[in-house]
Design a protein around this ligand. Structure first.
Ligand code: FAD
Ligand code: UDP
Length: 370
């Protein structure tokens, strides 16, 4: 029987980087993947010559030069800049919140005029914001909150804004310039040819078993691996002994349309509560596609139930407490490394996943030397 140094559970970005780096230093790895394909949630699939982001739009961005250089080993990135629009009851606003948005909202063209309005509106919040609603109003005032945040957030998270943690909204920039770039990072783009190719390159020459759920047969895999690297959901690993953690799932309704251009932009958010989906993605615009047809996906946010794909961890106080208990169990296991979005129950972007996987690889090497 082949013996592996690492059995890696999950072929997403974290698992693939871990396997790639370990192979480079002569370790033998086996990657187990319960889905029928590699690449986890960054999986892209070609439809009508268009790379479709099957598990939601993925735009790579980072401020860390080393992280950008690391991912650029595996693909060339285009010059895509994410500039989503928000559709509120039929009117379009630019995102993130910037002078274009404010001009549309109030007809005020100078930063000083806009600042006067927002300063007045934010007076409503007197103390440190305690939840997402207060945080949003204290950042951009009530008008923007009511039209561009409240409905979208409640659809996205299935909870009222005053029951959600403030940090969720803090990641969105607020700018007093006419700048529609959604991210403030130095580096940004989409890998030309899609994300799946990146993961294929990382896993080149590494044993991969698709359609294989580690948890169905863990004793068997533990016997042939010196260490386990687990990137699945942490509550599932421990058989939900402290109860299930809450996740949001997303249902994608994807359509091929026989027109070259449906909405003129890669991402349009629907920020009112009447439209049932949160956004429409038009995939070709990520790579400036000129195909005769187009592929669009409507995203419907749903509460996760067993059997669905978990997408977003719900990091409210209650769930973070449950997670801490699972984490204590995980820390006590010497031969299992937990890493990635589901195992850490954290909403990491891809750049953070790269940094985390490389950190864990380094820690493994240091441990070996000790
Ligand atoms: P995953 O990609 O989830 O991989 C985990 C893998 O493990 C999966 O393939 C799963 O099938 C497998 N697995 C789980 N349990 C088992 C088991 N028991 N046995 C075998 N296999 C198992 N990041 C950005 O930087 N930019 C974006 O624009 C962006 N947009 C996003 C949009 C959406 C809708 C979502 C949900 C995420 C987005 N992200 C974005 C985040 C990005 O998807 C993650 O950072 C990244 O995919 C996490 O990689 P991972 O390897 O930790 O997890
Ligand atoms: N958000 C919003 N209106 C928008 C876009 C985002 O209120 O049009 C809020 C919402 O609460 C969301 C959070 O900002 O959960 C973070 O948005 P981001 O685009 O970073 O979320 P993701 O793309 O990861 O779903």
């Amino acid at each position: 029987m082949t013996m592996y140094d690492y059995i890696i559970v999950g072929s997403g970005l974290y698992g693939a980087i871990f396997a790639y780096e370990m192979k480079k230093i002569g370790k033998k790895c086996l990657v187990l993947e319960k889905r029928g394909h590699i690449a986890g949630n960054i999986y892209t699939e070609e439809v009508e010559g268009i790379n479709v982001h099957k598990y939601g739009a993925h735009i790579f961005h980072t401020s860390v030069k080393e992280t950008w250089e690391y991912i650029s080993q595996f693909a060339e990135f285009n010059s895509f800049i994410n500039s989503p629009l928000a559709n509120y009851q039929g009117t379009l606003y630019n995102l993130p919140f910037n002078m274009n948005t404010f001009y549309k909202m109030w007809g005020k063209a100078t930063p000083a005029e806009v600042d006067a309005i927002i300063s007045e509106q934010r007076k409503e919040i007197k103390d440190e914001p305690k939840n997402l609603e207060e945080q949003a109003i204290s950042l951009v005032g009530r008008d923007v909150y009511e039209r561009l945040i409240k409905g979208y957030t409640q659809k996205q998270w299935g909870r009222p804004c005053d029951e959600l943690p403030a940090f969720i909204i803090r990641r969105l920039p607020v700018r007093y310039t006419y700048d529609n770039n959604y991210f403030s990072d130095r580096y940004q783009g989409i890998p030309i040819g899609g994300y799946t190719k990146i993961i294929s390159k990382m896993l080149d020459g590494i044993d991969v078993k698709l359609g294989t759920d580690y948890l169905d047969n863990r004793e068997k895999w533990n016997q042939i691996g010196r260490k386990i690297v687990y990137t699945g959901a942490i509550d599932a690993y421990f058989d939900y002994c402290y109860g299930p953690l809450a996740y949001r799932s997303v249902r994608f309704e994807t359509e091929i349309l026989n027109i070259p251009n449906y909405q003129g932009n890669a991402v349009i958010n629907y920020t009112d509560e009447i439209v049932p989906y949160t956004r429409i993605i038009e995939h070709k615009h990520f790579e400036f596609g000129t195909q005769p047809s187009t592929v669009i996906s409507r995203e419907y946010s749903e509460e996760w139930q067993p059997g669905m794909e978990p997408y977003y961890p719900v990091n409210d106080a209650k769930n973070d407490e449950i997670y801490k208990k699972y984490k204590a169990l995980a820390d006590a296991l010497p031969d299992t490394i937990f890493g990635g979005r589901l195992a850490d129950y954290k909403y990491y972007d891809m750049d953070k996943i790269i940094e985390l996987a490389l950190k864990h690889v380094n820690e493994e090497q240091v441990r070996k030397l000790e």
